[in-house]
Ligand binder design. Structure first.
Ligand code: SIN
Ligand code: MN
Length: 238
């Protein structure tokens, strides 16, 4: 099936999307069940290809020496704590994979579907939906026991929204505030196929993954265990 057929640009009709979108905080929108199982399987196949390199999946080591439990590969720009480079200088020095065109279109549709319907509390967001052009993606794989501490996505020189896609096991996504990594926060269950977009007043909110629920991959998502999360970003770099 062609990429155009798999990811058409038609927007979700709010009345046919029974589960969402749901506003978690101003600018932070959860859209359950956004990707079909077929789309999830197709993305999992791409993930399999990306893992062949040129840069392998790796667990990044933070400046204090702590090694992350999540393993990551990147598209467009290589992320390392805490900057973006074109070559994976902290892994094998190889150039990062290109950011795929289909993912630009998918990111644009994601932002439009999250913001354009203007769910209650999000009336001011349509202006964020136009011209979204992500140029970097962090593709995380959560194997058994992997988690992610509370952090801000702030290595970008842009305040364009972050688009997050989940495939595989269900996780607990903790979405907090812009001031501290502690309360107040909202715990959201992200399931396979869910979309979460955070921009506007929530763009620099702390967030993390305290838990992934083993054995919760839905039949047909393309993964038998673990969780893939893709976050698309606009780096503001050239
Ligand atoms: C991240 O914050 O980079 C990943 C979030 C997630 O895994 O859902
Ligand atoms: Mn993040």
């Amino acid at each position: 099936m062609s990429e155009d057929a798999l990811f058409p640009l038609t927007l979700i009709q709010p009345d046919t999307h029974d589960a969402g979108p749901r506003v978690i905080a101003p600018g932070a929108v959860h859209v359950p069940g956004w990707l079909s199982l077929e789309q999830q399987r197709w993305i999992v196949q791409r993930f399999g290809e990306w893992t062949h390199g040129p840069v392998p999946l790796r667990a990044a080591t933070l400046p204090g020496g702590h090694r992350m439990s999540v393993r990551t590969l990147c598209l467009g720009w290589h992320w390392q704590p805490y900057r973006y480079t074109r070559e994976a200088t902290d892994v094998n020095g190889r150039p990062v994979l290109e950011f795929p065109e289909w993912m630009v279109r998918l990111g644009r549709k994601a932002v439009a579907d999250a913001y354009l319907p203007g769910p209650e509390g999000n009336e001011a967001l349509p202006e964020l939906a136009g011209n979204y052009t992500p140029d970097a993606a962090l593709v995380n794989f959560y194997d058994r026991g992997a988690t992610m501490g509370m952090h801000q996505d702030k290595d970008e020189r842009s305040n364009a929204p972050v688009v997050s896609l989940s495939i595989g096991e269900t996780c607990l996504f903790r979405f907090g505030n812009t001031q501290t990594r502690t309360k107040p926060y909202t715990d959201v269950e992200l399931r396979s196929g869910d979309l979460f977009v955070f921009g506007g007043a929530s763009r620099f909110s702390y967030h993390g993954i305290p838990k992934v629920l083993p054995g919760t991959c839905p039949e047909g998502c393309g993964l038998s265990h673990g969780r893939i999360n893709i976050t698309m970003r606009v780096t503001g770099l050239s």
